[in-house]
Design a protein around this ligand. Structure first.
Ligand code: PRX
Length: 632
């Protein structure tokens, strides 16, 4: 076995040779001429001239050797359904879906927006888009109409694929009315909408625009649709993520580099082999779903488990029973899910036979050491915390047990992964932090390795402005995360340095929530901050000044308005964005130049010293905030 230090060193110092080797993990229709083109930094083009296809690598290339092996397992504890698709079944379903999409006028390079629950057709749709070279843009099904509308507006999709409804905790959540409402608020509408009717909530269909998947599937069953071969840098998909502004960013990824990055990560980090089963408990609307429910495991020839439901229904042992039933070898989940389980530790959680499971991977938010230790003691398997972002597409920090078996440290996601030239810099001076245990901003020297954000769709300028700075003549990418590194080189992540919050592993922009709340007629000003929470990592708390203070002067008046505000957020953005608390205050703390001091508010909420109060225009405002926080 190689030694990881040497493996990593080569990836940074000899990237061409290193990545050329990794590139042999996938199929290429035409070989690449050049490993990396970094002539116009920070834009990197990997495997220039190479021609390939994601869907081919995920499905077609397995047909010769494992057509009958399991590719997709779908379990819905919401509807009580379980389905298994072999590679050959998946091949057929994806071609049928591809034929349907083509018949609706979509061509190579067109965008297709997918707003779907966790059902097999969502996976078919993603793979079908890749197959024909269309660029999918999956919008998380938990988002409501206003979030959906802003993403449709930005993506200008040729086609939207959606379903009648999703289901959560036994409750049917109709998607089609949310989609119809969103479509009323956009300036350019797609010509076609494809609806998968699960029979949960009869959708009202708009004549000429809405098409039924059920009838088109019948028409195109058995269709043969060849893969569209794409140059390596052709976009494979865009995925929206939140940042500092209220406008979400469409992270665009390439084709060849992404395929190589995923195939390499399946080998070196996730240690997956053909015929095994991978179970990522995320959602296809998030990056983990893209990389490790859909593309990564299939590329590795593994079966992937798609789960619709809660971790606690019908009981908190459900995921572990699925591990036993489907002989899951690697599982990928979030710290919040484990903390939820820990609340049920007295309820015979781990009665299933977990002998197939080799490791549990956790990501998306900080894994606190007690939670990491608890699940480690319960499972007696390696717990692999891994840190990354929608932008990176695959882990930036982890341990690469497929290269060299290394110890994890509780509370740390580990070491820089091959290809990522990770460093810490001082937030004020931009100087590199070389001493251990000193906090800084985690940055990555350009070029980013294959598989990472290529640009923000249609906005190269925003991509450069948002993420990159030139330090000592070199482009560096900011993760916007605080971190420290210990004496052994292990990193610890200390949270975001921007206005992004992380609720139960879901990345949310506080500005988006503020914009929704501002829509309430009695809201004058609002500040939303993330406050640490023992279960969800963070929760959103909204501080509001009212236009008409008399309306919120009484307990009943304030409660009524809080209810209206929460309803508004739920309607605009969805339940996940709903603040845990809404507090009316007389004023919000600002600098003399009028900048809202969200961090000061956050410090007060978390019982920390607010720091720099000298810059605050009126420090007495802080007392009222502290009072509001403790009063309820
Ligand atoms: O703040 C970091 C946190 O989640 C952010 C990225 O979220 P998202 O784009 O949704 O991608 C999630 C991919 C797993 C990061 O900027 N984060 C992610 N993983 C960890 C983490 N924080 C601490 N530890 C982690 N393992």
């Amino acid at each position: 076995m190689t030694n990881y230090t040497e493996f990593y060193r080569r990836s940074i110092e000899e990237p061409d040779a290193f990545w050329a080797e990794q590139a042999s993990l996938i199929d290429w229709k035409e070989p690449f001429e050049k490993v990396l083109d970094y002539d116009s930094p920070p834009f990197a083009r990997w495997f220039v001239g190479g021609v390939t296809n994601l869907c081919h690598n995920a499905i077609d290339r397995h047909i010769a050797n494992r057509a009958d092996q399991t590719a997709l397992i779908w379990v819905s504890t919401e509807t009580g359904q379980e389905e298994t698709y072999s590679f050959s079944d998946l091949h057929a379903e994806v071609q049928t879906m591809a034929a349907i999409i083509l018949s609706l006028g979509v061509k190579k390079g067109d965008r297709v927006l997918i707003y779907m629950p966790m059902i097999p057709q969502s996976v078919f749709a993603m793979l079908a888009c890749s197959r024909i070279g269309a660029v999918h843009s999956v919008v998380f099904g938990g988002f409501a109409s206003s979030s959906l509308a802003s993403r449709i507006e930005d993506a200008k999709p040729k086609l939207i694929i959606s379903a009648d409804a999703g289901c959560r905790a036994g409750k049917v959540i109709p998607y089609k009315p949310l989609l119809d409402e969103a479509l009323e608020h956009v300036s350019t509408r797609p010509a076609k909408v494809l609806i998968v009717d699960r029979g949960l909530a009869a959708p009202s269909m708009c004549e000429d625009r809405d098409e039924s998947y059920t009838s088109l599937r019948r028409e195109f069953l058995g269709a043969t649709v060849p893969c569209e071969w794409l140059e390596s840098s052709s976009p494979s998909y865009t995925l929206y993520t939140s940042g500092t502004t209220g406008t979400p960013k469409a992270v665009q990824r390439e084709t060849g580099g992404y395929a190589v990055a995923l195939a390499a990560s399946m080998k070196h980090i996730f240690c997956g082999s053909p015929g095994e089963t991978f179970f990522a408990t995320s959602d296809i609307g998030w990056v983990v779903g893209h990389s490790y429910i859909v593309y990564g495991p299939l590329m590795a020839g593994m079966g992937t488990l798609l789960y619709e439901g809660l971790p606690t229904r019908p009981d908190p042992g459900i995921w572990w029973r699925l591990v036993e039933k489907y002989k899951v070898t690697a599982m990928f989940s979030s710290p919040t899910a484990i903390r939820v389980m820990k609340q049920h530790e007295n309820e015979s959680l781990f009665e299933a036979d977990l002998s197939s499971l080799r490791s549990l991977y956790l990501a998306g938010e900080p894994l606190d050491a007690p939670t990491g230790k608890w699940i480690h003691d319960a499972l007696r398997k390696p717990i692999i915390d891994n840190y990354w972002q929608t932008e990176s597409g695959w882990p930036i920090l982890a341990v690469a047990n497929g290269v060299e078996r290394m110890n994890s440290k509780f509370g740390s996601p580990g070491l820089p992964m091959y290809g990522f030239a990770v460093r810490l810099i001082d937030n004020e001076t931009g100087e590199q932090i070389t001493v251990p245990n000193r906090k800084g901003i985690l940055i990555i020297d350009g070029p980013l390795p294959p598989g990472c954000i290529q640009t923000i769709a249609d906005d190269d300028e925003r991509f450069v402005r948002t993420y990159w700075s030139e330090i000592h003549g070199r482009y560096v990418y900011s993760t916007f995360d605080w971190g420290v590194r210990d004496e052994d080189g292990y990193y610890f992540i200390l949270g975001r340095a921007d206005d992004v919050i992380n609720v139960a592993g879901h990345r949310l922009g506080t500005r988006e929530i503020e914009e929704s709340i501002s829509g309430h007629p009695n809201v004058a000003e609002v500040a939303v901050v993330g406050v640490s929470d023992s279960l969800k990592g963070q929760v959103a708390v909204a501080f509001i000044t009212a236009k008409d203070r008399s309306a919120v002067a009484t307990g009943d008046g304030a409660s009524a308005q809080k209810r209206e505000i929460l309803k508004l957020v739920e309607r605009d953005l969805g339940g996940i964005a709903r603040p845990a608390r809404v507090l009316f205050v007389p004023a919000l703390p600002k600098t003399r130049s009028g900048k809202l001091l969200r961090r000061t508010i956050q410090a007060i909420c978390e019982g920390r010293e607010p720091g720099n109060v000298a810059t605050i225009e009126d420090p007495t405002v802080l007392e009222a905030i502290a009072e509001a926080v403790t009063a309820t």
